[in-house]
Design a protein around this ligand. Structure first.
Ligand code: SAM
Length: 246
């Protein structure tokens, strides 16, 4: 029956499109795309021809309900974003909610996601992590966001555009201290893929001479665990026991 498929697309290397993504794109009645030109290039690569509708940040309020209507009328839609997994830091999130509210079945195909690709090669702890997406560009929201992360012990994942990288590194160093470790993962799956494992101060210094280029995911180490208190004096131990017995 009619439904919405979330179809992940390559974040650089076109060979990362999966067999299943091909099949779903080939079988869909239409494709909703963030930038139809970007998606046309992918469809040409796959030798597929499909009706495209645009669904992106600035038309999603009007486009979303039209897509849901078509699905309710019996058509199956494949949603793709410019790169990576739809709904992860892109407007797909809203279409999924609309579909859920309308009782439309949503199925996500697993595939490329810059955040997870970067985390797995960061060398930082992966057992517990938080995805923070893009930091706000408005000063107040950005400060609030960073403030809320000061005591965060889990590894943090950020997305950032190259022209904002230097400012963001400075803000991260100010919030977390310059000694905190960061893995800068750039141009993932592309020719110039690179991971720089530095401290926040080191990263600030590095990009003072080297203009940032390409796409970046920033993986930032969490705050150190609360230190176990060291050995206490006999006097202090006695006081603690007395306090417990009181
Ligand atoms: N939905 C996408 C996903 O699943 O990864 C993310 C969309 S978000 C609008 C775009 C951001 O993802 C970029 O600003 C960058 O931080 C990150 N990104 C996407 N492709 C990347 C790549 N090849 N290398 C590094 N970062 C990438």
């Amino acid at each position: 029956s009619a439904m919405l498929y979330l179809v992940p697309t390559p974040i650089g290397n076109l060979s990362d499109i999966s067999e299943r993504c091909r099949e779903v794109l080939a079988q869909a009645d239409f494709i909703a795309a963030e930038d139809t030109r970007v998606t046309l290039r992918l469809l040409n690569h796959l030798e597929l021809k499909k009706p495209l509708v645009s669904y992106y940040e600035h038309n999603k309020a009007a486009s979303g309900p039209r897509i849901v209507e078509r699905i309710l009328a019996g058509e199956t839609c494949a949603l793709v974003s410019d790169a990576g997994s739809p709904a992860i830091s892109d407007p797909g999130e809203d279409l999924v909610r609309l579909c859920a509210e309308a009782g439309v079945t949503v199925s996500a195909i697993p595939g490329p996601c810059a955040a997870i690709t970067a985390l797995s090669m960061s060398g930082l702890p992966t057992g517990r992590f938080t995805f923070e997406g893009f930091l706000s560009t408005t000063k107040k929201n950005r400060a609030q966001h960073l403030d809320s992360l000061r005591a965060e012990q889990r590894t943090m994942i950020f997305y950032e555009a190259p022209h904002k990288l230097c400012a963001t590194l400075r803000d991260l160093a100010a919030a977390f201290g310059g000694e905190r470790r960061i893995s800068l993962c750039r141009e993932l799956t592309k020719l110039h893929e690179e991971v720089l494992r530095l401290t926040l101060d080191g990263a600030v210094a590095y990009y003072e001479t080297q203009p940032p280029r390409g796409e970046y995911v920033l993986i930032v180490e969490g705050a150190p665990k609360q230190q176990e208190s060291g050995p206490v004096s006999e006097e202090e131990a006695l006081m603690r026991v007395q306090a417990l017995l009181a």
